[in-house]
Design a protein around this ligand. Sequence first.
Ligand SMILES: NC(=O)c1ccc[n+]([C@@H]2O[C@H](COP(=O)([O-])OP(=O)(O)OC[C@H]3O[C@@H](n4cnc5c(N)ncnc54)[C@H](OP(=O)(O)O)[C@@H]3O)[C@@H](O)[C@H]2O)c1
Length: 243
Amino acid sequence: MTETTIALVTGANKGIGYEIAAGLGALGWSIGVGARDDQRREAAVEKLRAGGVDAFGVPLDVTDDASVSAAAELIEGRAGRLDVLVNNAGITGGRPQEPSSVDLAIIRTVVETNVIGVVRVTNAMLPLLRRSAAPRIVNMSSSVGSLTRQSGPADDLTTGPVALAYSPSKTFLNGVTVQYARELRGTNIKINAACPGFVATDLNGFRGVRTPQQGAATAIRLATLPDDGPTGGFFEDAGVVPW
Ligand SMILES: NC(=O)c1ccc[n+]([C@@H]2O[C@H](COP(=O)([O-])OP(=O)(O)OC[C@H]3O[C@@H](n4cnc5c(N)ncnc54)[C@H](OP(=O)(O)O)[C@@H]3O)[C@@H](O)[C@H]2O)c1
């Protein structure tokens, strides 16, 4: 009998994260639904279970050391290892974010969640991932973090609005992804960044043009990479996203 694959998705109570959980769950995997709010987490777990997914709740605020440590302990106690980590939780920090007038507190808050939160969760889970036969880490980035696209001809669907905190937080996250890939070179751990496209979720007041299910597709592909798949890359549905 083969062992069930164990995955943790952060920010899985709604939006793209929920659909990543549903998509990985449909593969027969056991899915940790990472979410900071008890009611929203339990509602998502119930909905996933009603859809046939082997889901379990993982209380998780990515900005909180104690919460992240407890999440690692919960998964260790339940499964003894982790196969796939999807760092999906993220915030925009709200608007406006024009550089000349940005509130510095917004930059700190966004970086704390979108970048430091990913490092915090990844480092807490790495000991469990190292026990997996094929560990995969997916960081939910965005093409708005692509410096190539930000500095090219404007196309609002892939560059978003001028946003000093949010866009550079995803550029920073891409850099973080590459540094992990370098350190983990020579191990069986693959780590990649994903762009979901412009997806209709709470994050953008549902102005996105893609469904959360469509937005989940690249992350699901990177979570299920074969052993000869890439690491240290940045991908969207159409292929590689330029840095
Ligand atoms: N939507 C798009 O067009 C788009 C495009 C590119 C990239 N992305 C990225 O995709 C990811 C998912 O976004 P989404 O569009 O699905 O947005 P969403 O519907 O707003 O979902 C964001 C999720 O992150 C969670 N979260 C935020 N801060 C957290 C924290 N400190 N600890 C734990 N969870 C936290 C939220 O939990 P609560 O419910 O508790 O707030 C929610 O579950 C984000 O990283 C986002 O930057 C989205």
